[in-house]
Design a protein around this ligand. Structure first.
Ligand SMILES: [Zn+2]
Length: 681
């Protein structure tokens, strides 16, 4: 028998995402993905009865071969007839190979080609765990899905260690298949390769040649940075066959799973729901919360008003608070059931959104929310000072009283997006105001592969809010219909702001995307989901790097720090250089400033200048058009600066650029007063 024993059916793929919905058949039930598997280490999910697991919607449990091999031992399963009858669980079970536990033992193991020899922590016996012993044990346990023994290494292992582990894992994979023989139990292989894409590719290629029923992405739950994990998860998922399930082992939080589904993963396991429950922590639709906090003592409402789980149907927060405070095991049990239900409900919601092809919208909405803590009772206690990690170079994290985080330049004290959350301001001021979504849409006769790309210059990358808002806009537009390609060119001389924000991604959720890590590492990023979406970073002084830009702009998001912290970006000569770089294109520049001096410099450089909408603490912002754009735009599309602005400029103390010599001032004045923009008004 060579084909998949699971009869895996891919039912839908989400537009603009790697997310998939599928079903497969085990000997015990039909399983629908995306799937979360509660962890039943000792043939029990901690503090849960099998009945409550069924009520929570668990479809498949994970059991640990290592623990069950030691106790009760395979002989018990052989005599009793397998784990399903043993623990009274009628649905599917997946067993791991035991490798993960053995390789995480701090000592007393010896590795060879044959297998791993270790000492039982129960009776001191010496036990060999070979691929054959692992499969025999899993066969005795009687799981629906078995895992092949692999040599686990930390994801941070160096390349030679990772390469050696790959060879052994590949040979053990063949031995595992041979040991499985004609058994009807399914068998998954585990792709290793640490953080080396080439090794991941080799590992996947070798294993995919063999008749496994599914593939796991191993070695990605500990040790690496989250963005690295997400990137490599996406990369590895892309190496795996479409028609087999993909399982990311040991992951994770609700947000981790959402991100991994987006990257093409179908199955997960993690101890978090029950482990958090034991500590009094619960996931809810109003954010995650710690039930021991005093604020819940008198709350007669359910744990989560939006939850349909048995705990929320019967018990109040006040009661759960009391159980947690007194250390009663019922508290652990009830919270655990709720948390498992929350996990399963998230998977059900994700699945429904994929089947109805609205996953990306759900993804965006959940991504912004899943990391939040109780929104009704925010924790007021100050964060513990972690000075070192909250500042980098000339930048530090600033937390506004409204609760969102921004980046502050230490030397100038200036905050990027000071009064609104970074993404809100980026959307309002740059993406929406420039009509980006409309510009991306293709005309009826145009084709995506021949349409000219829309080039966006993102001047002042900062913490990448504007670029990410543009990318989100593109992804949304692409999900809705055909779009032209978009090329973002970011300019930045100091990348520490982005590095700092990336290191604190819970505070900057919009950075949870492969793009920012990609441009930091490579200077360029190509979307794996959208052929037309690319991003280039030009690192250095803007005036110098401008000439190296790969394409002239259609849109310029001009978000440099204001003049008092850095003079050059707002000088007449800079605007002249920008206009020249537009090389006769109908380009539009959007910027947060509304200062008279900056507007005068734009006019003097040859731009046509209009008032932009208010944003953050600015009543007005500024839009500047090249002559070609001015000629093409309907006159009433913008509110152009007119005679009232000229009067204001005439009275202004900043009438002339501060660096301008007095004998150049008459010329400057003549250019502004004679600007064509003011001739018709
Ligand atoms: Zn509940």
């Amino acid at each position: 028998m060579t084909g998949s024993r699971l009869n895996f059916r891919l039912e839908a793929r989400a537009a603009g995402s790697g997310a998939r919905a599928a079903s497969f058949s085990t000997a015990h039930n039909e399983v629908h993905t995306p799937l979360f598997m509660p962890v039943g280490t000792q043939a029990t999910v901690k503090a849960q009865m099998t009945q409550t697991l069924e009520d929570s919607g668990s479809q498949m449990l994970l059991a640990n071969t290592y623990h069950l091999l030691l106790r009760p031992g395979p002989e018990v399963f052989r005599r009793i007839g397998g784990i399903h009858g043993f623990m009274s669980w009628k649905r599917a079970v997946l067993t791991d190979s035991g490798g993960y536990q053995i390789f995480s033992l701090p000592h007393s193991r010896a590795m060879s080609e044959e297998g791993a020899v270790f000492q039982s922590y129960i009776d001191g016996r010496t036990i060999l765990l070979s691929p054959e012993v692992s499969i025999e044990t899993q066969a005795a346990i009687g799981s629906d899905v078995m895992m092949a023994l692999d040599q686990c290494i930390p994801s941070t292992a160096d390349e030679s260690v990772a390469r050696a582990a790959l060879g052994i894992t590949q040979r053990w994979a063949r031995r595992s298949l041979a040991a499985r023989g004609e058994s009807l139990q399914s068998l998954f292989a585990i792709v290793q390769g640490a953080l080396f894409p080439e090794l991941r590719r080799e590992s996947a290629a070798g294993l995919c040649e063999l008749p496994f029923d599914g593939f796991a992405i191993g070695g990605l739950a500990v040790g690496e940075a989250k963005s690295e994990r997400e990137d490599l998860c996406e990369f590895t998922a892309g190496l795996l066959p479409e028609n087999k399930p993909r399982y990311l082992m040991g992951v994770g939080t609700p947000l981790d799973m959402l991100e991994a589904v987006h990257r093409g993963v179908d199955m997960f396991d993690c101890i978090i729901p029950t482990q958090f429950a034991q500590r009094g922590a619960a996931f809810t639709s109003r954010g995650h919360l710690q039930i021991r906090r005093g604020v819940y003592k008198f709350e007669d409402s359910p744990l989560d008003p939006a939850c349909a789980c048995p705990t929320c149907a019967r018990y109040s927060r006040a009661y759960l608070h009391h159980l947690a405070k007194t250390g009663e095991s019922l508290g652990w049990q009830l919270l655990g059931q709720h948390n498992l239900y929350f996990y399963h409900q998230l998977m059900r919601d994700i699945r429904a959104s994929i089947l109805e092809d609205r996953f990306l919208a759900l993804y965006r909405e959940k991504r912004e929310f899943l990391h939040a803590s109780d929104v009704d009772h925010p924790t007021l206690r100050a964060r513990p000072p972690r000075k070192k990690s909250r500042a980098l170079g000339d930048f530090e994290v600033h937390v506004a009283w409204e609760g969102f985080s921004s980046i502050r330049q230490i030397s100038s004290g200036e905050i990027m997006h000071s009064r609104t959350a970074p993404m809100d301001e980026a959307r309002g001021l740059y993406v929406d105001q420039s009509g980006l979504a409309l510009r991306l849409r293709l005309e009826d006769r145009e084709r995506a592969d021949t349409a000219a790309p829309l080039v966006v210059w993102d001047v002042g990358l900062g913490a990448a809010a504007n670029a990410m808002a543009a990318i989100a806009c593109y992804e949304q537009a692409a999900a809705a219909g055909p779009v032209r390609p978009m090329k973002i060119v970011s300019f930045e001389n100091d990348l520490d702001a982005l590095r700092l924000a990336l290191s604190l991604e819970h505070e900057f959720p919009y950075l949870r995307h492969a793009g920012p890590a990609g441009i930091l590492a490579e200077g360029t990023w190509l979307s794996r989901h959208h052929e037309g979406l690319s991003w280039v970073l030009l690192h250095g002084d803007f005036l110098e790097t401008m000439t190296a830009a790969p394409a002239a702009p259609d849109l310029i998001f001009y978000d440099m720090f204001s003049a008092k912290s850095s003079g050059d970006p707002w000088k007449l000569q800079t605007f002249r250089a920008i206009l020249e770089a537009c090389s006769g294109r109908a380009a539009e520049l959007y910027t947060y400033t509304c200062s008279t001096a900056n507007r005068a410099a734009l006019l003097a450089a040859g731009f046509y200048v209009a008032k932009g909408r208010s944003a953050g603490d600015k009543v007005e912002t500024t839009i500047a058009l090249t002559p070609e754009a001015f000629g093409a735009a309907p006159r009433d599309r913008h509110e152009w600066l007119a005679s009232d602005w000229l009067r204001k400029w005439n009275r202004s103390a900043a009438k002339f650029p501060s660096e301008m010599h007095t004998d150049q001032q008459p010329d400057f004045e003549r250019v502004i007063l004679g600007h064509r923009q003011f001739q018709d008004s």
